[in-house]
Ligand binder design. Structure first.
Ligand code: NAD
Length: 308
């Protein structure tokens, strides 16, 4: 199976590495010159749950890949998805499947501008990853990767991708309700990422504060209203908070990616999390003041740090 990884940063390299080991013909696509050159010259150096490896991988810029792909995994940051889709249109054939595991909300709308809905597979992953230096990444966890076809007719093709993910050690799972999984993941990122970033603290520290219950309740209530109106997804607020506390207890003293983005002077994905809830609320004639305030505060911090 010919696979392209469109956006080969932390998670993209981890997926590409595993899929190649699982037998797929993988090409990493990226635009970061130093990262591309290091991987071309030295191979990809990756630590998977602490075990270091180095693997030769094909990597190039999107316009340099000429063939149509069977499957494309997009792994940009949310704000880079549009530009990446524009730059890979030439490798998308009538049956090319595009798998989107980005964090955040609203990506289906973006993908539909470039490909037929029947070829879009949405999902979530709980693998975590980071970049230590250009060409050097780490990848941790056990998965799963939950995916589901956006069009009911494409279940068979999606099951084939699930099988390939399993064969590659990525713990692929077919989701019967990916909308729910996506909203639940957005709740994790819309609370932990945003609060840890604003409070400059790790998840354990934030979840030990006496304010945690009221902060979570206000944010999740706003997410739940939009999830219901927009996607007919029912998020029970108390159950979601219990789930978030379970996740927080498991990950402990970890700084979420949004916190790391600001530390590395990179823009955050806030517009696709709390910002998306605030915008969607407005369109529904409602208000989401907590999500709006969080979005404004994160953008203010980006401005203070000179991040555009
Ligand atoms: P990433 O920032 O590592 O990579 C995204 C893009 O940014 C890549 O094209 C990469 O080459 C480029 N990039 C990264 N650092 C750069 C630098 N210093 N200079 C120039 N370009 C650079 O993003 P990611 O962590 O792989 O995340 C991709 C998507 O997956 C996001 O939506 C994220 O929220 C989601 N996600 C990430 C994780 C995680 O643990 N990393 C877990 C689950 C979901």
């Amino acid at each position: 199976m010919k696979i392209a990884i469109a956006g080969s940063g932390a998670l993209g390299c981890g997926f590409g590495y595993h899929l190649q080991k699982g037998g797929a013909d993988v090409t990493l696509l990226d635009n970061w010159e130093q990262h591309i050159n290091t991987i071309k010259e030295e191979g990809l150096t990756i630590s998977v749950n602490g075990d270091k490896d180095n693997q030769k991988m094909t990597i190039c810029k999107p316009h340099e890949l000429k063939e149509k792909m069977d499957v494309i995994f997009v792994f940009t940051k949310s704000m880079g998805l549009n530009a990446m889709m524009e730059s890979i249109e030439h490798i998308i054939g009538p049956n090319t499947k595009v798998v989107c595991l980005l964090n955040g909300l609203g990506h289906l709308k973006t993908l539909e501008k470039y490909i037929d809905r029947k070829n879009i597979i949405m999902g979530t992953t709980v693998w975590t990853a980071g970049i230590d230096a250009p060409g050097h990444t780490h990848f941790n966890g056990q998965g799963p990767v939950e995916i589901q076809n956006s069009d009911p007719s494409e279940k068979e093709a999606t099951l084939e991708i699930v099988e390939m993910l399993q064969k590659s050690g990525l713990n692929g799972v077919y989701s019967e309700n990916v909308n729910y999984t996506t909203w639940r993941k957005a709740c994790v990122n819309g609370t932990m990422n945003a609060l840890c970033t604003l409070l400059d603290a790790n998840i354990e520290e934030v979840f030990q504060t006496s304010e945690i219950d009221s902060m979570l309740t206000r944010i999740i209530k706003e997410f739940a209203i939009v999830a219901k109106h927009q996607d007919n997804v029912i998020l029970d607020v108390d159950e979601t908070i219990t789930y978030l506390k379970g996740v927080a207890a498991k990950v402990g003293a970890h700084y979420p990616s949004m916190h790391q983005d600001l530390k590395n002077n990179r823009p955050t994905e806030i517009d696709y999390l709390n910002g998306e809830v605030a915008e969607a609320s407005k369109k529904l004639g409602l208000e989401a003041p907590y999500c709006q305030q969080i979005t404004d505060l994160i953008h203010a911090k980006e401005t203070i740090l000179g991040i555009t």
